[in-house]
Ligand binder design. Structure first.
Ligand code: PFF
Length: 448
């Protein structure tokens, strides 16, 4: 989580946008967007995603920031403040649950990034021997030492940053590194577009198979991905809103965050899918797609090592800032509710996260016989977060903000003038979002 200024407020609206984008842009835009789009039919998913972002993500983002604005407090308390009666006061806890579920596997994937970074930087490459990258990566996943070491290293660094307090360094670093990340992504995407598979990739990504849009699963996946990627329904943006001064207009700021985050995901799609088709991968490869495909892209480039190091370094930073934001949620709670000191809270939360992450980390190898079901545990935890916890938390936030908050108060907090915009925003929270997402959930999970 990035720091507010000396006064406890973002000095500029740009500061808020950058901080929110720092939390939003992460593995979700590169690793998750590509695998979920690949598994859900490409173009249909992208179309549903854009609708989900604008129709559900944006109103919810505005609501969350507005709930946080005016009273910097932990996300659970912020909900209890606007809706003191049960069961609404529990809304904040759903977000915390989603956060914890995501923390159960996000460090594992950050660990994969760290592992690749180390190999390209220190060993000159992946040294796969005779194996292709996908086969080699499966062996890496099954190795218990690597599976535990890299997430532990990632968590230790993120936990250290959280323990030190909200680091100035990381906020300053993200100001330089996030634009660099985007530049590199654009450069890689233009390389992607020069590959043989570019045409197929473009039609896969941007020519929707309309019949797939009739499937509730596509919509549920789109909503889950939108919330995950923007960082919604987890209490993060409530906290960020606490640092936003009254004078900043919330709607344009929120729009900028949503457009920035979505733009990064789409460009990442242009890096990954041309390579997927050029090198004969199945787009529905699952959670390990990026790690099997990207090395192929880099190997075909003249400055393979330099580009790979730069790419994984920036992805690592994007991942790390996100892990920091995720750990900050339980840490803020432990400090606020149990009166713990920050370093102690950070140490305990980080250690607990490490333990919580073991099933996902080891679920490709030694723990396979002990974990139920055919899919890797990591994939199932990811679905628990995105198909169940995030949508449920989003519905609860929308209902709380729409029905429990006094209309005048909510409009004052958002800065939305009474009129058509206000009515649309309110009713999308009151009815549109809960009904649409509730239906997509029920049908997508086979409950209806
Ligand atoms: N939005 C991040 C991503 O797309 O990778 C994930 C995330 C990070 C969610 C931090 C929430 C958060 F606080």
């Amino acid at each position: 989580m990035a720091a507010a200024g000396e006064t406890g407020q973002w000095r500029t609206g740009g500061g808020f946008i950058l901080a929110a984008l720092g939390s939003a842009v992460g593995l979700g835009n590169v690793w998750r967007f590509s695998y979920v789009a690949g598994e859900n039919g490409g173009g249909a998913f992208v179309a549903a995603y854009l609708v989900a972002v604008l129709a559900f993500g944006l109103p919810l983002l505005i609501a969350e920031v507005a709930i946080g604005r005016g009273s910097p407090s932990d996300p659970v308390a912020a909900f209890a403040r606007i809706a003191p009666r049960r069961p609404w006061r529990w809304t904040g806890w759903l977000g915390v649950a989603a956060c914890v579920a995501i923390l159960g596997y996000y460090p594992t994937i950050s660990g994969w990034v760290a592992n690749y970074l180390w190999r390209y930087a220190a060993q000159g490459g992946l040294a796969t021997g005779a194996a292709d990258y996908a086969t080699w990566f499966r062996a890496v996943l099954a190795d218990p030492v690597q599976a535990v070491f890299w997430p532990a290293a990632t968590l230790a660094i993120a936990g250290g940053i959280v323990a030190l307090g909200v680091a100035r360094g990381i906020e300053r670093a993200s100001k330089v590194l996030m634009p660099l990340f985007v530049l590199l992504l654009v450069a890689l995407a233009s390389h992607g577009l020069s590959l043989d598979g570019a045409g197929r990739a473009l039609s896969f990504l941007f020519r929707p198979d309309w019949s797939a849009l009739l499937q509730p699963r596509t919509w549920l996946a789109a909503v889950g991905q939108a919330f995950f990627s923007i960082g919604l329904a987890m209490g993060i943006l409530v906290t960020f809103g606490g640092y936003l001064a009254e004078r900043h207009r919330l709607v344009p700021l929120s729009l900028a965050v949503v457009i920035g985050d979505t733009g990064v995901s789409l460009v990442a799609g242009l890096v990954i899918f041309p390579a997927v088709f050029t090198y004969g991968f199945d787009p529905a490869h699952g959670t390990t797609l990026v790690f099997a495909v990207l090395p192929e892209v880099f190997a075909a480039m003249p400055a393979e090592r330099a580009v790979a190091v730069a790419f994984f370094l920036l992805l690592m930073i994007a991942a790390l800032t996100s892990v920091v934001s995720l750990i900050e949620v339980p840490v803020a709670l432990l400090i606020a509710r149990c009166g713990w000191r920050r370093p102690w809270a950070a140490a305990v939360a980080t250690a607990a996260m490490f333990a919580l992450g073991l099933p996902a980390a080891l679920g490709f190898g030694v723990l396979v016989p002990y974990l139920p079901g055919p899919a890797p545990f990591l994939d199932r935890l990811d679905l628990l977060a995105s198909d169940i916890l995030l949508p449920l938390s989003g519905i609860a936030i929308a209902l709380t903000a729409g029905w429990q908050w006094r209309r005048e108060d909510s409009l004052r907090a958002t800065g939305i003038a009474p009129g058509l915009g206000a009515t649309l925003w309110l009713w999308s929270l009151r009815v549109g979002l809960p009904v649409a997402i509730g239906l997509a959930m029920a049908r997508g999970l086979g409950l209806l």
